[in-house]
Design a protein. Structure first.
Ligand code: PHE
Length: 345
């Protein structure tokens, strides 16, 4: 074997030794090592180029030496790369077997809790859920619901009108959804509409300009006031565990006759005295038989069908159930307040 070739093989063996002993935990050093041997202008390519000039009878020995070097380098680069990566992971995340930190999953808002409870009760007796827009037109919020033009509820004091188009306003009650529902569906109808409503009222511990309502509507042949009373009685039993209600005559433009519903809360504790003002009775909603004018306005034959409607404020019920004394608490998103409802999730 010519002298230069012998020297070359020795050199390759030296490189193999170098590769086997190479060690680092530094990415840059590893990269330099890789470039030195494996890059385009690296040692291995040079050796392969030289290989072409080697006489045929010595190609085997020379070729084997280069291949051994090549796989020694490749294995080395791969192993060190893996070592460095696993160290990085440890550095970033620490001990991967350590138990995780507990994450707080939050809780449902009391308004949602109460709304869901109400919705569940009515769902269980066949009421569907319907929704409508919060920015409503005069027709669905007032006119269709038999509000005479001069009715004080249309007064600027009560409603937020859209400045550029006073025919539109933020709905003042979810009865607007019922007007829409009657227009779009054929009786028999059984639906409840939960939602946010807006009234231009001073904000205090008892009232707010934004609050929530759930309204119910039932239209069919021969629906009577007795059906209304039984439905509400069922609801109050399920919701409050109270089985005594009374209906006091009242007025709403869209129902005739109309009534306020009181439940008998009792007078067992001092709190009972306070919240019922010493009477034991508590007003929880408005209701009545849907006025035939409303049915006609919404394309339902008032001679064939009758029905009842009711509506209640969710905040009022939540304040009652959770003994919350200031309505503003619902909208301030103070975590200390909200966290108290965790167990009800
Ligand atoms: N819409 C009435 C309100 O906002 C409540 C109500 C609904 C009364 C349905 C009777 C029937 O106060």
């Amino acid at each position: 074997m010519p002298f230069t070739l012998l020297k070359m093989i020795d050199k390759i063996k030296e490189y193999i030794g170098e590769a086997e002993h190479f060690q680092t935990d530094n990415k840059e050093q590893l990269e330099a090592f890789r470039i030195k041997f494996l890059s385009k202008k690296g040692i291995l390519n040079e050796l392969f180029a030289y290989f072409k000039t080697v006489p045929n009878d010595q190609k085997k020995e020379f070729g084997q030496a280069i291949n051994t070097l090549k796989s020694a380098i490749e294995t080395k680069v791969k192993t060190i790369q893996e070592e460095i990566e696993s160290k990085n992971v440890q550095g970033l995340y620490g001990d991967l077997t350590r138990p995780g930190y507990p994450t707080s999953i939050g809780s449902r808002h009391p308004i949602s809790l109460v709304k869901n409870q109400i919705v569940d009760i009515f769902n269980s007796i066949g009421f569907t859920i319907s929704e409508g827009p919060e920015i409503e037109d005069d027709w669905h919020n007032f006119s269709a619901l038999n509000f005479p033009d001069y009715h004080p509820a249309r007064d600027m004091q009560d409603s937020f009108f859209v400045q550029s188009n006073p025919q539109h306003l933020l709905r003042t009650h979810t009865s607007s959804v019922q007007a829409r529902y009657m227009e779009d569906h054929k009786p028999p109808l059984r639906t409840i509409s939960p939602g946010r409503v807006f009234r231009n009222e001073d904000i205090s511990s008892r009232s707010h300009c934004i609050f929530h309502q759930v309204e119910g509507l039932y239209i069919d042949k021969d629906v009577s006031f007795a059906d209304l009373k039984q439905t509400l009685l069922y609801f109050t039993k399920e919701m409050f565990g109270k089985s005594k209600i009374r209906l006091r005559p009242s007025y709403f433009p869209f129902t005739e006759p109309s009534a306020e519903v009181d439940i008998y809360w009792g007078l067992k504790t001092e709190v009972d005295y306070r919240i019922t003002k010493g009477t034991g009775w508590l007003e929880i909603m408005g209701c009545g038989m849907v006025d035939p004018n409303v049915l006609t306005n919404c394309n339902i034959d008032a001679n064939e069908y009758s029905g009842f409607a009711f509506g209640m404020g969710i905040e009022r019920i939540a304040m009652l159930l959770y003994q919350i004394s200031d309505i503003r608490m619902f909208y301030e998103n103070d975590v200390r307040f909200l966290e108290q409802f965790k167990s009800n999730f």
